[in-house]
Design a protein around this ligand. Sequence first.
Ligand code: GDP
Length: 297
Amino acid sequence: MAFEGLTERLQNAIGKLKRKGKVSEADVREVMREIRLALLEADVNFKVVKDFVKNVREKAIGAKVLESLTPAQQIVKIVNDELTKVMGQEAVPLSKAAKIPTIIMMVGLQGAGKTTTLAKLALKLKTEKKARPLMIAGDIYRPAAIDQLQSLGQQIEVPVFSLGTDTSPVEIVRQGLASAAEKKNDYVLIDTAGRLQIDEKLMAELAQIKALAQPDEILLTVDAMTGQNAVEVAKGFNEQLDVTGVVLTKLDGDTRGGAALSIRAVTGKPIKFIGQGEKMTDLDVFHPDRMASRILG
Ligand code: GDP
């Protein structure tokens, strides 16, 4: 399961408190030192860790927690609430346009899981909202991206608009949107090109697509397994494109938790979905409170 190391270390730290009947200020400081190390080892952003520890310590020492009959339980609750807050407090729903179609543009580095996530989201909209989505194949650079999207489209029975690899992505999107208008698709999901790292040419192209499509959502897919690198990528994309949300993929892998716990605080943008496997149904709405409970184990 994801976050195994972090969960174990937090449980150890808190377990020590639970075994004490009475908890002193020094005990709280000691447990906060351990929590701080656990978070840093989980690759959580340094500043996020600092604020987190400060807030928990203040709440634990400041209120009447230490004099209460159950100080350890109350400290667990404070940690849980703070974890929830760091990840954004509440689930943020996908935007919906007042007039169809709702346009969702998917961006991200190559390999992050952009194309897979696009199809997963189309399936989710189809099954949960009875939507009639159209997917636009706008990644003309990665050789197999269009085939991959078409094959996923067949699998989930969602149409794909493609003009192959010889037309510019902006033109593909323009014609794709016209096709969606004609066929009255209520959601349009645009797949875009990724690179191995952020580069100016890619960003310029994405900005052009954004200007043309005026999407209701720009979702950035980042790979949770890459930890702080995912956070840096999110920061970079957000500065250039002002994304509306993040999809954290590969949370089923061996992740330490750093990306999940840092992205919201560093970018100010919510994590909207999490990918937890390669199957088309492995996409879930991100709930900060549930993730906090999962981290605390
Ligand atoms: P793109 O280059 O960003 O479009 O990436 P792809 O959509 O092609 O995904 C790259 C690889 O990651 C594929 O093998 C996907 O099956 C895999 N992948 C995507 N999301 C997840 C996820 O949530 N969990 C796991 N385990 N694999 C994923």
